[in-house]
Design a protein around this ligand. Structure first.
Ligand code: SAT
Ligand code: MN
Length: 590
């Protein structure tokens, strides 16, 4: 295979000249090609076969132990002006970045195969989709891209027709953390990644393209590229409404996207459209429509069980790539929270010894085609996408943020998103469990200055005659004993039901200066073991804690100098004033 697109042909030639591979392979995305790559990786030891009786077509990849998560401190946005990238990004001048990367890539594919991976983010026939080509020397990346995107012949045909594509150049290099960079050149729709084979650093269609580069494209084209799951909620009357929800990595997006309704919810059904990324477009009907640009899931394995996420558990019993899990004596994959078995060999391939820490890496992952999910929604392939009724922002917070809060309008919702914070998780290297500001869950992924991004969100609101309602949730509030107050998982549907009733029905709410809270009687808690005080803790705001929260948000905004949009600043001032005036917290709203 090769291509009729001159620009692509020339780029591949140039890269081959620089990196000097032994062979060039144009990926067609076929099953036969996938099979061949897997066989070759089994032979080279890059993959290990898992127990084929219990887990047909499942394989394990053990990464380099120093390459197990995204590296935010080595991830750069390279714009002409540092201000364009903003204080939310690490910045490097484009010339300097290109020089650095050229040195690293020089001759790096000697003895290796260069794979050309054409891919499409979103259904190949959707006008909302965008294409890219990743050049990589990692067959692990190729087989992951095959599951995560529409990869191969059809994508290439679209590129040849359309003429435009995002260029991503990747090499695992020496896997040396000292020689590792993930560079983005938004103006040139270009990505260069060297020295890591890990998901978010190496599967360039995902965070690098579908979020960092796409957020830049979206800004100029009038849409939003967001770190959001998309889920359809079907009620017993058979109506399905769609919600898009942003949470930081490893805060339960995949679980929420695949939720199975609790026993009390007979006749309800959840349909998964996406679990990580949403591209949102205002349409002529005045509503916001969403597609999931991805075709698979790259999910956190630990904690996945028939109890926490039965759909995910079922879908990873076959045709799944595992990265950095442990294995049992009979070679079944094992992880902390696994329902059965014992770990025999840990994620690094050592005999399991609890003294070495968890048997599976806390950020171990599964890669699987979305179609294997029992709750997979066919509309994930609809070129128009789905209309969004509600946007949900959420963080992992032990206190301060109530279970759910509704914004009074779009601008207030943008403030709730911009002010988001969350405790850090294992999805990125660095300290875990510290609260950091993570606006719209995009801190690691927004490809330009957050202040301009908030302005873009406000502009999008102006284009929507029927904007989605905006909410903030926190499933992670802790009680006095240190445990979670809210049971979470399936029970989160109760909160989604209230949201949809707010968006389309007539559920009651209590107005507070921070936003609208459910009236206690309006949240269905039937069958839950919650005391009155617990429910009150979940559904109230503590003025002292909120005062501190607003202080922290104010400090965060201050980093952006005068660039924070006036409208957002005004909204912030309004909420702050209302809180300090101790405005009545009891008035009922519709
Ligand atoms: O960055 S990854 O896509 O590998 C995982 C995540 O952080 O969501
Ligand atoms: Mn994510």
């Amino acid at each position: 295979m090769s291509t009729s697109n001159q620009e692509l042909a020339r780029w591949v030639e140039d890269v081959a000249g620089l990196t000097q591979p032994d062979r060039i392979h144009w990926c067609d995305g076929s099953e036969a090609e996938d099979r061949q790559l897997i066989e070759a990786m089994l032979a080279s030891g890059e993959l290990e076969e898992l127990n084929q009786d219990t887990h047909p077509n499942c394989y394990l990849h053990r990464s380099n132990p120093a390459d197990v998560a995204r590296v935010e401190h080595l991830t750069f946005v390279c714009t002409d002006e540092e201000e364009e990238a903003g204080p939310n990004n690490h910045w490097m001048a484009p010339d300097e970045a290109r020089r650095k990367m050229r040195e690293l890539f020089e001759g790096c594919m000697k003895g290796r195969t260069l794979y050309v991976v054409p891919y499409c983010m979103g259904p190949v026939d959707s006008p909302l989709s965008r294409c890219g080509v990743e050049i990589t020397d990692s067959p692990y990346v190729v087989i992951n891209m095959k599951r995560m995107t529409r990869m191969g012949r059809d994508a290439l045909a679209r590129i040849e027709q359309e003429g435009s594509f995002v260029r991503g150049l990747h090499s695992t290099g020496e896997l040396d953390p000292e020689r590792r960079f993930i560079m983005h050149f938004p103006q040139d729709l270009e990505i260069m990644s060297y020295g890591s084979g890990y998901g978010g650093n190496a599967l360039l269609g995902k965070k690098c393209h579908a979020l960092r580069i796409a957020s830049h494209q979206a800004r100029h084209e009038g849409w939003l590229a967001e770190h959001m799951l998309i889920v359809g909620i079907q009620n017993p009357q058979g109506e399905t409404r769609y919600i898009a929800a942003a949470f930081p990595s490893a805060c339960g997006k995949t679980n929420l996207a695949m939720l199975i309704p609790p026993e009390e919810y007979k006749g309800w059904k959840i349909w998964t459209v996406g679990d990580d990324i949403a591209w949102l477009h205002p349409r002529e009907d005045g509503r916001l429509w969403a597609i999931n640009p991805e075709a698979g899931y790259f999910g956190v394995v630990p904690g996945t069980s028939p109890k926490t996420n039965p759909n995910a558990y079922e879908m990873i019993q076959r045709d799944t790539l595992f990265t950095n899990v442990a294995v049992t004596k009979d070679n079944q994959p094992w992880w902390e929270g696994s329902p059965d078995g014992e770990p025999a060999v840990d994620w690094q391939g050592r005999p399991h010894d609890p003294a070495n820490g968890p048997a599976a890496h806390p950020n171990s992952r599964f890669t699987v085609s979305a179609r294997q999910n029992p709750s997979w929604s066919e509309v994930a392939e609809d070129p128009r996408g789905v209309p969004i009724s509600a946007i949900v922002f959420g963080g992992r917070r032990k206190d301060t943020m109530p279970l759910v809060l509704q914004a009074r309008d779009w601008d207030h919702g943008v403030l709730l998103g911009a002010g988001m914070a969350s405790e850090t998780t294992a999805a990125a290297t660095g300290k875990k469990g510290v609260v950091r500001r993570d606006p719209m869950a995009m801190k690691p992924f927004c490809g330009y200055n957050f202040a301009d991004y908030f302005g873009h969100w406000l502009d999008i609101g102006d284009k929507l005659e029927h904007p989605p309602e905006i909410f903030h949730v926190n499933w992670f509030q802790r009680g006095e004993d240190g445990g979670f107050i809210w049971p979470g998982f399936s029970e989160n549907l109760r909160v989604l039901e209230w949201m949809l009733e707010r968006a389309h029905g007539d559920a009651g709410a209590v107005e507070t200066p921070a936003g609208l809270l459910p009236q206690q009687t309006e949240l269905n808690t039937e069958g839950l073991d919650l005391s009155t005080t617990e429910l009150e803790d979940l559904l109230s705001i503590d003025p002292a804690a909120w005062d501190q929260e607003m202080e922290a948000i104010g400090e965060f905004f201050a980093q952006f100098g005068g660039r924070i949009p006036d409208r957002l600043q005004k909204e912030f001032d309004r909420v702050r004033r209302a809180l300090s005036d101790g405005e009545a917290v009891t008035a009922s709203a519709r």
